[in-house]
Ligand binder design. Structure first.
Ligand code: HEC
Length: 178
């Protein structure tokens, strides 16, 4: 087979474009690989180590607790819109994709009659204190690595504080603030 000059030039340009595109692709993959590996690594950490990493990042978690006194429940209502797709909040309301959150503050973890809880959350144990809720909401997969709650978390400590005081109000007898 013989190719004309123009055909060869055409192939040359295509090959160059392919190589450029390909290396760019590989380059991107390399850049993106790092955070991915990190996330996968965190999930694999044993419980103690995860708690430790959560509490280093968790400066923000503690911040939300100190902000509780001045937090605004109405702001919390706004933040709660992100949760409503999966959670009801009224007394006796039906569970949705996740459990009903009425009276969740102070309640046992995985403590409703909902039958969809993950083994991980059931195994976590203890009650939902403000501190535990804060950490869970900040980054659910850090606090309960195999949780079924597919939600990235709320980074902003002031938003979490607002959410926590709003969640506190979902009760006939709101639990005292810490
Ligand atoms: C995509 C759906 C989804 C979204 C969005 C979501 N959740 Fe959840 N949530 C779940 C599921 C599913 C569970 C059960 C987790 C498990 O069993 O591991 C859960 C569990 C919980 C629990 C534990 C309740 C219990 O009875 O132990 C709390 C607290 C909670 N979510 C709060 C929130 C808050 C606050 C938001 C919004 C900031 C939110 N969730 C957003 C699906 C969701």
């Amino acid at each position: 087979m013989h190719f004309s000059f123009w055909e060869k030039l055409g192939f040359g340009v295509l090959t160059a474009a392919w190589v450029a595109f390909g290396s760019n692709f590989v380059g991107n993959a390399l850049i993106h690989a790092e955070p991915l590996e990190k996330a996968a690594y965190q999930v694999a950490l044993p419980d103690a180590a995860t708690t430790e990493s959560a509490s280093t990042e968790g400066n923000s978690a503690e911040n939300a607790l100190v902000m509780l006194a001045s937090a605004d429940p109405e702001q919390g209502e706004k933040v709660f819109k992100k949760c409503k797709a999966c959670h009801s909040a009224e007394e006796g309301a039906k569970h949705k994709i996740g459990p009903n959150l009425w009276d969740v503050v102070g309640r046992a973890k995985a403590g409703t009659d909902w039958d969809g809880y993950s083994a991980a959350l059931k195994a976590k144990g203890g009650d939902w204190t403000y501190a535990d809720l804060d950490q869970f909401i900040a980054k659910p997969k850090d606090f309960v690595p195999k949780t079924k709650m597919s939600f990235a978390g709320i980074k902003d400590a002031a938003d979490r504080a607002a959410l926590l005081v709003m969640m506190r109000s979902l009760s006939a007898a709101p639990k005292p603030l810490p």
